[in-house]
Write a protein that binds this ligand. Structure first.
Ligand code: COA
Length: 261
């Protein structure tokens, strides 16, 4: 994978470790960082060797403390719409990727950082993580999908409260609300938990994992019948070699050897 200015990448045992690396700016997402994210996820989608992604922020203080406010301060009505649509498109790429993406959030996970974490398929937090959508303090609203994904994840009342007050919540409250899957004492523990989960996932049939992602996402699309999507995806799985392998291995009382075909 190419080198990037604002993002560190490392592939270990089929997992891409992606670290947003602007520690002096609390890993805030500027335009260049978003473009780098897009380039990376384009490559991950086509890669045969990368089977899953763990996203973190550099250092101990922040996952990502939002979009870069120095760039937000320069927006006008025309480019603001494009700014939001561009971020939404990149985060949708992550949400729709046919490989598991887990956010490990430590410290400030705010604004676009919370939106990035919510676009991932799961979130694991360290105990010091703090979540919020503080855009209202700047006279704006979340623009990278946060109004939608937060509502889906934690429900209308709590989403309204968080976005309208701009207040932060801690990791345990995020766990109670269903915003994160697990809370671990430290960032290192949270990364280990993410590794444990992602290793399990990538040992399964890759096509089936991609189909689960499509079906779960379909549950939140008003113009799609999720039950029909499920039936179609189920049928696609049955056409795969991994389906033959999985069922045969069960009947032969052995472990399946999935090949992603
Ligand atoms: N965009 C750009 N720069 C940011 C940033 C953001 N979203 N969040 C933090 N930074 C920068 C600060 O400007 C500061 O830079 P400087 O050292 O060059 O002045 C540096 O990161 C450290 O932040 P600082 O505010 O000094 O740390 P703190 O511990 O006092 O506060 C936060 C941390 C996260 C609470 C505070 O930085 C903050 O409120 N950030 C903005 C959060 C936000 O509104 N996000 C949504 C944006 S749409």
């Amino acid at each position: 994978m190419a080198e990037f200015n604002n993002i560190l990448t490392e592939v270990k045992e089929g997992v891409l470790y992606l670290t947003v690396n602007r520690e002096d700016k609390m890993n805030a997402l500027n335009f260049d960082t978003l473009e780098e994210l897009k380039a990376i996820f384009d490559e991950v989608a086509d890669s045969k060797s990368i089977k899953g992604v763990i996203i973190t922020g550099a250092g101990e203080r922040a996952f990502v403390a939002g979009a870069d406010i120095s760039e937000i301060a320069e927006l006008n009505e025309v480019n603001a719409r494009k700014f939001a649509e561009n971020g939404q498109e990149i985060f949708s790429m992550i949400e729709n990727l046919h490989k598991p993406v887990i956010a490990v959030t430590n410290g400030f996970t705010l604004g676009g950082g919370c939106e990035l974490a919510m676009a991932c398929h799961m979130r694991i937090a360290s105990a010091n993580a703090k979540f919020g959508q503080p855009e209202v303090n700047l006279g704006i609203i979340p623009g990278y999908g946060g109004t939608q994904r937060l509502t889906i994840l934690i429900g209308r009342g709590k989403a309204n409260e968080l976005m309208m007050t701009g207040e932060m919540i801690d990791a345990n409250e995020a766990l109670t609300l269903g915003l994160v899957n697990h809370v671990l004492p430290t960032k290192a523990d949270a990364i280990s938990k993410a590794e444990e989960i992602i290793e399990k996932i990538i040992s399964k049939a890759p096509l089936a994992i991609g189909m689960i992602i499509d079906c779960v996402n379909a549950a939140f699309l008003s113009d799609e019948n999720g039950f029909q999507t499920e039936a179609n995806c189920f049928a696609r799985c049955v056409k795969s070699g991994d389906y033959k392998e999985g069922t045969t291995a069960f009947l032969e009382k052995r472990k399946p050897n999935f090949r992603g075909e």
